[in-house]
Ligand binder design. Structure first.
Ligand SMILES: Nc1ncnc2c1ncn2[C@@H]1O[C@H](COP(=O)(O)OP(=O)(O)OP(=O)(O)O)[C@@H](O)[C@H]1O
Length: 244
């Protein structure tokens, strides 16, 4: 059984439909990456999968008892709020000390438990957010642009770490990334989203798909091209049009 089965999902904010007739699955142990331009509904899809946003139409079926760890795109920590990393990690469900320490170790920041959250560097904060997602021992890890703001070595190290975690724990990973060269190297499957699923499949398949090339260009195999939006099909938001 799939960990998550998204069936013909549409999501609206008020009168605006931001996801139209999106269908996809996540299978145990695989790394799936969502790519797409800014505002194409990627974060909305992840938020719908964790149940934070309701479906307007369609539905999302999760495997029974599925545990999801979620690493958000960013977290603003108020510098006047005194909270240590250890306390932050224990907040959600009152995690045990040992689980917290193991998660920090696994995320590569074993010595940060007593550090103030507001004093972390960008890279340290991302790893603490990853540790927080790992505390619950997830079968599915959702990463929303986890390396935004990190330099290239920091970003590469983070992705290497997530692959290691997948190898060791067997968890599936669904991530959003704008780093297309990384996406192509690390993903089992890629979903190209622009309010609807433009194309999906293996990285090789997607990078040669005309829909993907229309969005990302063809330079350096399409991987490093600037985001361009030259679709030859419309993005009207009704499900029937989106299913073109
Ligand atoms: N809470 C909200 N209320 C109303 N509109 C929203 C809300 N959150 C997002 N939107 C709109 O929904 C659309 C999709 O947003 P979303 O954040 O899912 O896109 P994204 O693909 O993750 O973008 P980015 O790459 O910039 O992070 C955008 O037009 C955005 O302005």
């Amino acid at each position: 059984m799939s960990l998550v089965d998204v069936k013909h999902l549409s999501v609206r904010y008020g009168a605006t439909e931001v996801l139209s007739d999106v269908s996809m699955t996540i299978e145990p142990g695989e790394i799936v990456t969502i790519v797409g331009p800014n505002g194409s509904g990627k974060t909305t899809l992840l938020r719908a999968i964790v149940g934070a946003i309701p479906a307007a139409t369609g539905r999302i079926v999760s495997s029974p008892g599925l545990v999801i760890g979620y690493v958000p795109q960013r977290l603003h920590v108020d510098p006047t709020l005194p909270i240590t990393v250890g306390r932050f990690l224990r907040l959600p469900g009152g995690a045990a000390q040992a689980d917290m320490a193991a998660a920090l170790e696994r995320a590569g920041v074993p010595d940060l438990a007593n550090r103030q959250m507001s004093q972390l560097s960008g890279g340290q904060l991302q790893r603490v957010l990853l540790a927080r997602a790992l505390v619950v021992k997830p079968a599915l890890l959702l990463l929303d642009e986890p390396t935004a703001g990190l330099d290239q070595p920091g970003s590469a190290a983070f992705y290497a770490l997530t692959e290691e975690i997948r190898r060791e724990t067997g968890c599936a990973i669904l991530m959003i990334s704008h780093e297309l060269h990384v996406v192509m190297a690390t993903s089992d499957r890629v979903i190209c989203l622009n309010r609807h699923v433009c194309c999906h499949g293996t990285p090789e398949h997607v990078s040669s798909a005309p829909e993907y090339r229309a969005l990302f260009g063809t330079g350096t195999g399409g991987a490093l091209a600037l985001y361009r939006h030259e679709h030859d099909h419309s993005h009207n938001t009704t499900a029937s049009e989106a299913a073109e």
